[in-house]
Write a protein that binds this ligand. Structure first.
Ligand code: AMP
Ligand code: MG
Length: 350
């Protein structure tokens, strides 16, 4: 298959391209598109054959449900039923935006889209290309992240191309995405609303509108024996090819530990990279260092993390050491992804 790659103006996307992309979806094809979180791999959410194609293109296990993307709130009851009032409260504050809500699914949504579940994940993204495209596609686009299963989600279109070229009909390029980590997922079907995946919309932000918010225990705990409620969270994810270890502890100790381990790995003939921050970059002895931004600006770390992990693959890095981050606020999402990428391989040097 020849994959069309089209660059769009993020503020004023060409309507004829959005229409062409929408037609592909209506015919049962697949199109990758930017959102404010990461690039999505879209198909018609109401068409079981399209969902099957998404799983095939990604090499994704078919028990891992897709998120249904809508372009206007009034379409929510088409895909979801028993919608609680709190959903509309959350939507008023955070939609369009990086928040996915889980409801009981309507009959319009096939089980192929929900990985066999009776629930459906719904999101209303905040990106003009995404919204225009979803509208032209008929209103309901099922989309996981546009990466091959197991790889870090793409935050730049070149990584979508690397993974999806020849597998899908079209890639809409909207440059580097703004947030860089997948949406927060909140389950509204449980007694107490529960965060199944942390993201840019934090628990504190949700507590402004809800009395209670639980957090799925498996989110940061690598030793938890419980099965995560978002099926996708159980898979090794976001992982670079190299062997990644997260080092936590007091900054100066982290730096000396990483410098020592870098020396050893280089001696063993390994290609090493240190994932660091603007504040610490100069202190590392490694030849290859990649800063994910300033510690003072968590948003920059979220935005750059997957790009840096992908670059490590581009450069065939074999051993990666990363600094650790405070798991509060947006930091919880950052640490959740970093720990998963490291297969929960963490060393505390305090
Ligand atoms: P992705 O967009 O690639 O990050 O994948 C979608 C994520 O949403 C996966 O982690 C899924 O497990 C999760 N998800 C989608 N639908 C549901 C659902 N009905 N219940 C729980 N988690 C879901
Ligand atoms: Mg994904």
């Amino acid at each position: 298959m020849n994959t069309k790659f089209i660059t769009l103006d993020t503020e004023n996307p060409d309507p004829s391209v959005l229409k062409e992309a929408g037609e592909i979806i209506k015919r049962g094809g697949l199109v990758a598109f930017p959102t404010e979180t990461v690039y999505g791999l879209g198909g018609d959410a109401l068409n079981p054959e399209s969902s099957k194609k998404i799983y095939a293109a990604k090499g994704r296990p078919s028990d891992n449900p897709l998120i249904v993307h809508i372009w206007r709130l009034e379409d929510l009851p088409v895909v979801a039923r028993e919608i609680p009032d709190i959903a509309y409260k959350l939507a008023a504050e955070y939609w369009p935006g990086p928040l996915t809500m889980i409801f009981r699914k309507s009959d319009a949504i096939p089980f192929e889209t929900t990985g066999g579940l009776d629930t459906v994940a719904v999101r209303f993204p905040d990106n003009k290309i995404a919204l225009g495209f979803i509208k032209e596609a008929g209103g309901f686009v099922a989309a996981p992240s546009a990466n091959l299963s197991g790889k870090p989600s793409p935050t730049l279109s070149k990584y979508v191309k690397e993974d999806m070229d020849g597998r899908i009909e079209m890639i809409l390029d909207g440059g580097q995405v703004g947030i860089g980590l997948e949406s927060t997922i909140i389950d509204l079907t449980s007694e107490v609303p529960t965060i199944l995946r942390p993201g840019f919309i934090t628990r504190e932000m949700l507590l402004k509108l809800l009395n209670e918010v639980d957090v799925d225990k498996t989110i940061l705990d690598g030793n938890s024996k419980a099965a995560p409620k978002a099926p996708g969270m159980k898979y090794r994810h976001y992982a670079p090819k190299g062997d990644l270890t997260v080092i936590e502890g007091e900054t100066s100790k982290v730096i000396s530990y990483i410098n020592e381990k870098t020396k050893e790995a280089v001696k063993d003939g390994k290609k090493v990279c240190v994932i660091c921050t603007d504040e610490t970059e100069d202190a590392f002895a490694a030849k290859i260092k990649k800063s994910v931004g300033s510690r003072a600006d968590e948003a920059s770390v979220g935005k750059e993390l997957y790009r840096v992990l992908r670059e490590c693959d581009d450069e065939d890095i074999e051993v990666i050491f990363s600094e650790s981050f405070d798991a509060t606020g947006f930091g919880q999402a950052i640490m959740n992804r970093l720990l998963k990428a490291a297969g929960h391989h963490v060393i505390n040097v305090d």
